[in-house]
Design a protein around this ligand. Structure first.
Ligand code: PLP
Length: 429
């Protein structure tokens, strides 16, 4: 038998083909050469290959596409977990995306005061909106909530101690009362920290001390109270069936000295850590040299400012901020979308049905809330189909439950329904 490997074309002969010459006009020579060599090598390791010239060109073009695909790229989140840290947390509102574009395209007044023509401060940009929306005296924005906590503790409690209830650390159940705090205060105590239990809930025989009580106890000793709120919910969602999560304005009203929260959880903005609180304390944080190492960039500030501005009209916030729109979307609407996708799939010969599903907030908020939703369930080998969808372009991430792959539509933006339908059809092809 002939060795098929002897039929493999040489690199130089492929370079002479019209198809590869065209690829060379569209891509850097090194990229084309690497893709070409890799394609021939892959055929050699597979024991040879009988391809037409056009098939070689298609193989090389596909290798180029893979090699030049961005590492960080868009995916469709059909997991039903709205704030998924692995999937980049909050998608941004249109206004925030446009604000980033404006500031990215040209120069900006990041640290320039246009009115006086003098040096300004990057910290000034979101302060007005944050104080107006939350009732805080002052505000400071850093890179994320973890940075906000590091900066706060470094500023207020270096070489001292802070009190945290054991029930607010993962993995322990506990009851904490006023006197537990009072007894724990020593001359070295610099602050009392209240951490919102965002990734877990403690059920059963528990008790904790409210922020209002902590403020009272701390005041007896002249101590500040730091409230790590996490999610950054700006509006109450009680009337949408997802209640119980404290809002930023209510956290500020509880009297904590400083309230810390993320920008990219329920606030629905870019990754950021937002510190709200009493002017004298925020001023101390701002002056800490460590703040320089945690400072936010202009793109973050642009997106955050635009996101915050939407909240001036709460009705618009529920519509325009994607995480809030997803959370509050009526079930009937999701059901209608699910049925029209299922119908489009059946028209392409794919066996799809709509099934009840439970979505969740994720990302450290409403740890136990289950939100009624609808999912597409496609008749296929779940593991194989899951992989085909994940490796597609765009990648679609679903979840497997009871041996079935479910694609939950609550975490998919309605604008993505068409792309999702095509991706499913391609993965089943
Ligand atoms: C998510 C969360 C954090 C961390 O926020 P990052 O912005 O990711 O740094 C801190 N505390 C709580 C309570 C959280 O929920």
């Amino acid at each position: 038998m002939r060795d098929a490997r002897r039929d493999l074309p040489s690199v130089s002969s492929l370079l002479e083909t019209a198809g590869v010459k065209q690829l060379l006009e569209q891509h850097p020579r090194n990229v084309v050469l690497d893709a070409l060599r890799d394609s021939v090598e892959a055929a050699r390791s597979a024991g040879g290959s009988h391809k037409t010239e056009q098939q070689w060109v298609d193989t090389i073009a596909s290798a180029i596409r893979n090699a030049t695909r961005p590492s960080l790229r868009r995916v469709i989140n059909a997991t039903g977990v709205i704030l998924h840290t692995n999937l980049g947390r909050a998608p941004l509102a249109g206004a925030a995306i446009r604000a980033i574009e404006q500031v990215a395209e040209g120069f900006s007044n990041l640290e320039y005061d246009i009115a006086s023509g003098k040096r300004g401060s990057r910290y000034s940009h979101c302060v007005g909106l944050l104080t107006q929306l939350t009732g805080a005296e002052d505000a400071l924005v850093v890179n994320n909530c973890a940075a906000a906590m590091v900066l706060t503790l470094n500023t207020l409690a270096q070489r001292k101690e802070v009190l945290v209830s054991r029930g607010e650390l993962v993995g322990t159940t506990n009851r904490t009362h006023d006197d537990d705090y009072r007894r724990a205060i020593t001359p070295k105590t610099a602050a009392i920290v209240k951490v919102h239990r965002s990734n877990f809930a403690i059920e059963g025989f528990t008790a904790d001390v409210s922020v209002e009580r902590l403020v009272f106890i701390a005041a007896e000793h002249g101590l500040p109270v730091i409230h790590d709120l996490g999610s950054g919910l700006m509006l109450s969602l009680d009337e949408y069936g997802v209640g119980g999560e404290p809002t930023a304005p209510s956290a500020v009203a509880s009297g904590a000295t400083l309230v810390l929260m993320s920008g990219d959880k329920l606030l629905g903005g870019p990754q950021a850590g937002i510190i709200l609180g009493k002017s004298a304390f925020v001023a101390k944080l701002r002056k800490n040299p460590l703040a320089r190492a945690m400072r936010v960039d202009k793109l973050t500030l642009a997106a955050l400012e635009a996101t915050l501005r939407i909240y001036l009209d709460p009705k618009q916030a529920l519509k325009q901020i994607p995480v809030l729109a997803m959370l509050t979307e009526r079930l009937e609407k999701i059901e209608t979308r699910a049925h029209s996708i299922a119908e489009a799939l059946r028209a392409r010969g794919i066996d799809a049905e709509v099934v009840p599903s439970e979505a969740s907030v994720g990302g450290g908020a409403f740890p136990t809330a289950k939100i009624p939703s609808r999912a597409l369930s496609i008749k296929a080998d779940a593991a194989h189909f899951e992989e085909a969808l994940r490796l597609g372009d765009p990648a679609v991430i679903g979840r497997i439950a009871e041996g079935k792959l479910l694609l939950d539509l609550r975490s998919v933006t309605p604008g993505e329904d068409g792309v999702l339908t095509t991706a499913i059809a391609k993965a089943r092809a």
